[in-house]
Design a protein around this ligand. Structure first.
Ligand code: GLU
Length: 258
């Protein structure tokens, strides 16, 4: 199976911007094991800006674009250094791909991306993709959030499944932070306006995505014929269940061809 896994800043880093070693090591271990089992794995990783904040010892995530770009430049380096080191311990080779909105809209660039991605997978490497935050900054050039980037990657890669690892267990019947009786929805067969209305839009301190962007990603991915799962990144071992088709988090079923 070809699986795209997206991991958010809230999983990889603490609110301080420093690396969450436990989550990151566990994620790398499980992804390495899934590759050993024969799956093709593509990782879409956030964390560049968040980790830059930590590495530069800034007190909070900056609001201005230029400092965010500077943080991304520092943090992306740190991120890939960390992945390279950790995946190396399991004998896996990583490859960095940085994209912008313009790259995926421009046919020739998109085809170049798709060709490189397929060749990397044939060569047994593990592509790690992020937005090129130092150059894509406005609504025209940038994709804006990595849930959408991951959905685009899953479609371009013709993946069988996209897994969004987040700081929440999945989609709930109401906002679980404010409604104690909210229930996790294990399976969504159709993304109706009622399902869209369950999103409450809130993100975390360091990341950018919220439930609304995840549901839009689900709409894109399921209509391209792949499944999408939202699961809690604090438990990367859930990826074993997800890859095996067992219930974990919220699964959005691929739309069948009519
Ligand atoms: N590209 C951003 C980063 O690496 C993250 C965007 C997102 O999490 O949606 O910090």
């Amino acid at each position: 199976m070809r699986i795209v896994v997206k991991v958010g800043t809230s999983t990889l880093a603490y609110a301080t911007g420093r690396l969450n070693i436990r989550h990151t090591e566990q994620l790398v271990k499980v992804l390495s094991d899934l590759k050993n089992e024969g799956h093709e794995v593509i990782l879409v990783s956030s964390g560049a800006i968040g980790m830059g904040v930590g590495k530069l010892s800034l007190p909070t995530r900056p609001k201005d674009t230029t400092t965010k770009q500077a943080c991304a430049a520092v943090g992306q380096c740190e991120l890939m250094y960390t992945y390279d080191r950790l995946f190396n311990a399991y004998n896996h080779t990583v490859a960095q791909i940085l994209l912008t909105g313009v790259d995926v809209e421009h046919t020739e660039r998109r085809v170049n991306f798709q060709n490189t991605l397929s060749r990397l997978l044939e060569l047994g490497a593990l592509p790690i993709i992020n937005e090129n935050d130092t150059v894509a900054t406005d609504e025209i050039t940038s994709i804006g959030d990595n849930d959408t980037l991951a959905a685009i990657v899953a479609c371009c890669a013709k993946a069988d499944m996209l897994v969004l690892l987040s700081d929440i267990d999945g989609l709930y019947t109401a906002n679980p932070h404010t409604h104690t009786d909210a229930k996790l929805i294990p399976l969504v067969e159709e993304i109706t306006p009622e399902v869209m209305a369950l999103a409450d839009g809130a993100g975390s301190a360091l990341g950018t995505g919220g439930m609304a962007t995840k549901l839009r990603a689900a709409r894109m991915v399921t209509s391209s014929g792949a499944d999408m799962v939202i699961a809690n990144g604090a438990h990367p071992e859930l990826l074993y269940d997800i890859a095996a088709g067992r219930s974990a988090g919220t699964r959005f079923a691929a739309r069948k061809e009519d």
